[in-house]
Design a protein around this ligand. Structure first.
Ligand SMILES: Cc1cc2nc3c(=O)[nH]c(=O)nc-3n(C[C@H](O)[C@H](O)[C@H](O)COP(=O)(O)OP(=O)(O)OC[C@H]3O[C@@H](n4cnc5c(N)ncnc54)[C@H](O)[C@@H]3O)c2cc1C
Length: 395
């Protein structure tokens, strides 16, 4: 293991030295891709509220980033930390980009990989890994977010027995919803909650994009409506019944978030640091004022702590020892940290901080969604509260 030889303001504790050569290579490759290919367009995409998924997906696929932590079926089979550092670099660019990769790989592909039949895996996973096919994951409904057990979307067997299914209901806030070739949709059945693969163009399926978002603007968010959509008997994911299915995939995606937000936080901190060194007020760089230094030092401390938290959880995951409260620890701490850093960085940039020319308010706005999706901060507090007290406080 290498020793830190110089002080790097972006990683003062040299946490990056704790990564393997392969993990560092992945980090640097993804960083280069985002800097060259993504960052120059982000302000524009955010302002226009677009994400060119069809164009980018094959490029992300070629880099091995889609379903990166899954084995076989064209997936890269990377370790947990390697996947984590990729998420960190993707979200250093924009949470919308990381969300696309998370939904594709950790929610849609992972659900098919873990619970699908061999035929379903062969049908979808190689194309999704290559970025030729796009997936989404529908759990949340207009009336049920934190409490998915009460979902209303329902699938019933037509004529009973082993016949076709008829799916009715709606899903809300679905990332990639209107652009997906396949939606993994969770619905109540007589047997309990089951997952269904709904193909683009299915009769009775309508996708409507959510407009007016002030957060995650460079990301497609949609409502999916199912008006008696007839699905073949083999559209169901055979490997799971019950909420364990969607919740286990959400745990995978949350793992990506606890890394991703380290990237968003670092990007805000380094943007503020660079700006503070060049912005002159009262005849000196604002970096020379104690109040500015205090803000920058607080940011730097918190970025490094969040990075260490992510790395610790990543290594636990690699050992097969990670449990949901570990993931909740990381998601709760690292999203909150990133949001606070983004807001503090915004103040250092003064008026420039409110524009899309700099990334900080874009990150801050994005992080409001990240705070809410994949389990709100309150729900993760309750997961941790139960883990340490043994008392469940959800209802
Ligand atoms: C941009 C974006 C993309 C998304 N993408 C997807 C997606 O791809 N697929 C998908 O299925 N969903 C997606 N979601 C939905 C997301 O997962 C939900 O928004 C989230 O689960 C919270 O649900 P809710 O918004 O209905 O809030 P609610 O559950 O109504 O919660 C409202 C408030 O009440 C609090 N609350 C609820 N219950 C309790 C309790 N027991 N104790 C204390 N406080 C409580 C919450 O913490 C929150 O503060 C996305 C959301 C956003 C914003």
């Amino acid at each position: 293991m290498t020793k830190p030889t110089r002080i790097d303001p972006a990683d003062l504790l040299a946490v990056g030295d704790l990564l393997s050569d392969e993990e560092r290579l992945i980090r640097d490759t993804v960083r280069k891709f985002t800097e060259e290919r993504i960052r120059p367009h982000l302000g524009d995409w955010f302002e226009r509220g677009v994400f060119p998924a069809r164009e980018l997906a094959p490029e992300l696929g070629a880099l091995g980033l889609l379903g990166m932590h899954l084995d076989g079926y064209g997936c890269a089979g990377a370790g947990a930390v390697a996947y984590g550092v990729a998420c960190m670099e993707l979200e250093a660019a924009d949470s919308g980009l990381r969300s696309f990769v998370s939904v594709q790989g950790s929610l849609a592909m992972r659900s098919i990989h873990a619970f699908g039949s061999e035929e379903q895996k062969q049908r979808w996973l190689p194309g999704m890994a290559a970025g030729e096919l796009i997936g989404c994951f529908g759990l949340t409904e207009p009336d049920f977010g934190s409490d998915p057990a009460n979902m209303r979307t329902r699938a019933v067997r037509k004529g009973g027995g082993n016949g076709d299914w008829v799916l009715s209901g709606s899903k809300m806030w679905i990332t990639n919803g209107s652009i997906a070739d396949v939606a993994v949709v969770w619905a109540q059945t007589e047997e309990g909650v089951r997952g269904f693969l709904v193909e683009r163009g299915a009769r009775g399926l309508t996708a409507t994009d959510v407009h007016g978002k002030l957060s995650l603007r460079a990301s497609v968010t949609s409502e999916l409506s199912f008006d008696e959509v007839v699905l073949p008997a083999d559209a169901v994911l055979p490997g799971v019944t019950g909420l364990r299915g969607p919740l286990s995939s959400l745990n995978e995606a949350r793992y990506g978030i606890l890394w991703g937000t380290v990237g968003a936080a670092r990007d805000c901190y380094t943007a503020a640091l660079d700006y503070a060194k060049s912005r002159i007020q009262f005849d000196r760089p604002i970096a020379g004022f104690q109040l500015t230094q205090q803000k920058l030092v607080e940011m730097m401390l918190e970025v490094e702590k969040a990075y260490l938290v992510a790395l610790r959880i990543g290594r636990l995951k690699e050992q097969g020892a990670v449990r949901p409260p570990h993931i909740s620890f990381g998601k709760l701490n690292n999203v909150r940290t990133a949001l606070e850093i983004a807001r503090s960085a915004r103040t250092i940039l003064g008026a420039n901080g409110i524009t899309t020319e700099y990334p900080v308010l874009r990150h801050a706005n994005n992080l409001e969604s990240v705070l809410t999706y994949e389990g709100t901060s309150e729900i993760h507090t309750l997961v941790l509260g139960e883990a340490i007290t043994g008392e469940s406080a959800y209802r």
